[in-house]
Design a protein around this ligand. Structure first.
Ligand SMILES: Nc1nc2c(ncn2[C@@H]2O[C@H](COP(=O)(O)OP(=O)(O)OP(=O)(O)O)[C@@H](O)[C@H]2O)c(=O)[nH]1
Ligand SMILES: [Mg+2]
Length: 622
C-alpha cells in the first residue's frame, strides 16, 4: 500500500530569520537571571548614559520588588550587532514553574544560569527538563564566579551529569559554557579570564542558539503565550509569529483554545525593543510580537489566516498540587475595610486571574459563596491573595490542602523531592521532623564546611506548614527546596500542627490589663486597643488544644496600681505574622480573613458552644 503525503495548498517556504534570536533565561531561584538581564540591557545602550536606573529593572511589580524574586516572566528585546535578541526573563521559584513552561513555547533556545557556589539545584532540573523536552539548545552560564566559595569545576561536572540524567541528545549535551559576574556585567570563556563586558555571552547567543526557522510567506500563525494590558489599547496578546506577517488593522481568525473561533480585527502590532513595545506597520515571522485589539483573546489561542486557518498546539503546563477555598467574608467585621467583597466580585476577579495565570485552576462549589482555587504551591496562592488585597478585595481563605487523585490503584497524593541543607548539628532533629511528616530518606552528602545535604521524598501534605518548624529547629540557618516528584498511594497520617489557638471569648477592644494576666498562655497576635470579635484567634496557645479567653476585660476599679503606660511597656510586643506565616499557621477548622489592611485568623464556626460540642463529638467518634 502506498502512503500518500498530506496535500498542502502551497509548498511552505521555510527560511531562517538570521537576524533574530528568541531566548529564555532559566535557572533556580536567585541564581542571578534578572541581574544578568539588567547587565545585558545596560550594555546594549538601553539606558541613556546619565540615566539612574534601579537594579533588577524587570522585577517591576511591587510584590517582586518587596520579595526580591521574579514572579512573572517578562519580555524584552535588545539589538546586538544588527541582530535582535528577544529575551524572556523567567522566575526561578518552584511555585512559578508554570510561567517557565508557558514562555518556553515562544523561544528557540535557552540560557541556563547556574550559581557557581550552589551548582544545579532542584528548579534547575525542572526548567532544564522542560527546555530539553521541547528540543531547545542551551548555553550554560556559570554565574557568581566572584563568590569566595565558587567551585566552577564541580558545578560544570554536576551540570553535565544533569543533562545526561535528563536524556539530553548529543546536540544538547554539547553545550558551551560562559562564566559571568552579573552585577559587574563581565563574562568570559575561562573562569580566570573574564572580559570587561558580556560580549562572550552575546557572541555565543548569536553563534550557538538557533535563529527561528519560519515560513515568512505562509498564512500568519501566532500562538498567544502571554497577555499584557495597556491603559491605551487594552488587552495585548504576545507570542512568537511562527509564519506569515501581521499588520495593523488586519482581519484575522481568532481560534480559541476551547475550539471556538471568530473573525477579529487587529488594532496595532508591536515588537519588543528595550523595555517597551514599539508600534510597527507590519511584523514578520520569527519575532516575538505583540498584538492589540482582540478583547476576547486568551493564552493558548491561535491568531491565524481566515482563509487558511492553522491552529497551533495548545499550551500545556503541569497540574496544580495544592488548593484553598476562597470565600465571602462573613465575619462581624465584614465590609469595614475592603471595597470588593460580594461573591460576584470575588468570582469575577478569580476568573479574570485564570486568563493569564496559566497554572491556576478555579472551581465553583455547592455554595455560591465559596470557590476552590488550586495552584502549584503555597507561594503561588499567597501571591494571588496579596495581589487581591492590594486591589481592595476582602475575602476569606482556608488552610491549603493537597489535591488527591483517584486512580485505578486507589487514592494517590502528590509527593515532593525535598532537598535540605543544614549544619551537621541539626541533622538529627531535621530527620525527625521529616520522618514525622512521612518523609522517606533518599540520600546524604557531607559538604566541606560542616554542612550536610539530605534528600527525601515527602508527601506534599507533609510540606505544608513545614517552613516555620524547620526554621525554628535550625535557628534560621537551614535551607530547603522542593520539586514535585509524582503521585503515590497515600502515606500514613500526618499530625496537624502541634499547638492550639487562643480564641477571643467576646467582641470588643483588647485591654492591656487583660493581656498582662494572660501572657503566659502563649504568643499573642493582638495588642491593646485592637478591635476583635468573638471566635477570632488572637494568639498561639502553648498547649495542644484551643483555649477560649477574655482579653477585653477592663481592670477592676480598685486594686491594680500600674499606669496604662507602665502596663503597656511590660507586655511582650504582639507577634506580627506575615501572610505566608498565617497561611502556615491555619488549622483545618480556621479561616484567614483577608482585607486590604488586616489579616485576621478566626474559627470557621465563631460560636463557642457549638464548636466545642462538635469537637467533643469528633473526639468520641475517633
Ligand atoms: N556575588 C554575586 N551576586 C550576584 C551575582 N548575580 C546576581 N547576584 C545577586 O543574587 C541575588 C539574586 O539575583 P536575581 O537577579 O534577583 O536572581 P534571579 O535568578 O532573577 O531570581 P528569581 O527571578 O527570583 O529566580 C541578588 O542579590 C543579586 O545581586 C553575581 O554574579 N555575583
Ligand atoms: Mg529574577
Amino acid at each position: 500500500m502506498q502512503i500518500q503525503a498530506p496535500i498542502e495548498e502551497s509548498e511552505p517556504n521555510i527560511e531562517t530569520a538570521t537576524n533574530i534570536r528568541n531566548i529564555a533565561i532559566i535557572a533556580h531561584v536567585d541564581h542571578g537571571k534578572t541581574t544578568l538581564v539588567d547587565a545585558m540591557l545596560h550594555q546594549t545602550n538601553v539606558f541613556r548614559s546619565n540615566q539612574q536606573v534601579e537594579e533588577r529593572i524587570l522585577d517591576s511589580n511591587d510584590l517582586e520588588r518587596e520579595r526580591g524574586i521574579t514572579i512573572l516572566a517578562k519580555n524584552t528585546g535588545i539589538v546586538y550587532q544588527d541582530i535582535t535578541i528577544n529575551i524572556v526573563d523567567t522566575p526561578g521559584h518552584a511555585d512559578f514553574g508554570g510561567e517557565v513552561e508557558r514562555v518556553l513555547n515562544m523561544v528557540d533556545g535557552v540560557v541556563l544560569l547556574i550559581d557557581a557556589v550552589e551548582g544545579p539545584m532542584p528548579q534547575t532540573r525542572f526548567v532544564l527538563r522542560q527546555a530539553l523536552k521541547r528540543g531547545l539548545k542551551a548555553i550554560v552560564v556559570v554565574n557568581k564566579v566572584d563568590r569566595l566559595a565558587s567551585r566552577p569545576k564541580d558545578v560544570i561536572e554536576a551540570t553535565f551529569d544533569l543533562f545526561i540524567d535528563l536524556g539530553a541528545d548529543d546536540d544538547q549535551i554539547d553545550f558551551p559554557i560562559v562564566y559571568t559576574i552579573a552585577p559587574e556585567g563581565k563574562a568570559g570563556l575561562a573562569v580566570d579570564e573574564l572580559e570587561t563586558d558580556l560580549r562572550p555571552l552575546f557572541d555565543l547567543i548569536v553563534s550557538h542558539l538557533p535563529a527561528p526557522v519560519v515560513d515568512p510567506t505562509g498564512p500568519p500563525q501566532l500562538l498567544v503565550t502571554t497577555l499584557e494590558y495597556s491603559n491605551f489599547v487594552g488587552k495585548i496578546a504576545v507570542g512568537r509569529l511562527s509564519s506569515g506577517r501581521l499588520s495593523s488593522a488586519q482581519q484575522i481568525l481568532h481560534l480559541k483554545a476551547n475550539g471556538e473561533s471568530e473573525l477579529a480585527k487587529i488594532g496595532q502590532v508591536f515588537v519588543f525593543r528595550n523595555l517597551k513595545r514599539e508600534v510597527q506597520d507590519e511584523v514578520q515571522a520569527g519575532s516575538i510580537v505583540a498584538v492589540s485589539g482582540i478583547e476576547t483573546v486568551g493564552i493558548g489561542d491561535t491568531l491565524t489566516d481566515p482563509d487558511k486557518p492553522r491552529p497551533l498546539p495548545p499550551i500545556k503546563v503541569e497540574e496544580p498540587t495544592v488548593r484553598m477555598t476562597f470565600g465571602v467574608n462573613d465575619s462581624p467585621f465584614s465590609g469595614r475595610e475592603g471595597k470588593y467583597l460580594t461573591s460576584r466580585q470575588i468570582r469575577e476577579r478569580l476568573w479574570r486571574e485564570l486568563e493569564s495565570n496559566v497554572s491556576l485552576r478555579v472551581e465553583k462549589t455547592d455554595s455560591a459563596n465559596e470557590f476552590i482555587v488550586a495552584g502549584r504551591g503555597e507561594l503561588h496562592l499567597a501571591i494571588l491573595i496579596e495581589t487581591m488585597r492590594r486591589e481592595l478585595y476582602e475575602f476569606t481563605v482556608s488552610k491549603p490542602e493537597v489535591i488527591f487523585r483517584q486512580t485505578n490503584q486507589g487514592v494517590q497524593e502528590p509527593i515532593e523531592h525535598v532537598f535540605i541543607e543544614v549544619a551537621n548539628a541539626y541533622l538529627g532533629a531535621v530527620s525527625e521532623l521529616v520522618s514525622n511528616r512521612q518523609g522517606r530518606f533518599l540520600d546524604l552528602r557531607y559538604g566541606d564546611d560542616n554542612s550536610v545535604y539530605a534528600e527525601y521524598h515527602v508527601p506534599t501534605r507533609g510540606m505544608l506548614g513545614f517552613r516555620q518548624p524547620f526554621l525554628t529547629l535550625t535557628r534560621g540557618t537551614g535551607v530547603f527546596h522542593t520539586l514535585f516528584h509524582d503521585y503515590q498511594p497515600v502515606a500514613g497520617e500526618i499530625a496537624d500542627r502541634e499547638f492550639g489557638s487562643l480564641i477571643a471569648l467576646e467582641t470588643g477592644t483588647v485591654k492591656a490589663y487583660a493581656l498582662e494576666h494572660l501572657q503566659q498562655r502563649g504568643t499573642f497576635f493582638v495588642e491593646p486597643s485592637d478591635e476583635i470579635y468573638a471566635g477570632q484567634v488572637m494568639g498561639q496557645n502553648i498547649r495542644y488544644e484551643d483555649l477560649v479567653i477574655n482579653v477585653c476585660k477592663a481592670k477592676n476599679a480598685t486594686g491594680h496600681r500600674a499606669t496604662p503606660k507602665a502596663l503597656a511597656d511590660s507586655l511582650a510586643p504582639a507577634t506580627i505574622l506575615s501572610l505566608d506565616d498565617v497561611i502556615e499557621y491555619l488549622s483545618l477548622d480556621e479561616l484567614l480573613e483577608v482585607t486590604p489592611t488586616s489579616l485576621r485568623i478566626r474559627k470557621k464556626d465563631l460560636n463557642h458552644d457549638r464548636r466545642m460540642r462538635e469537637e467533643k463529638r469528633r473526639k468520641t467518634s475517633e
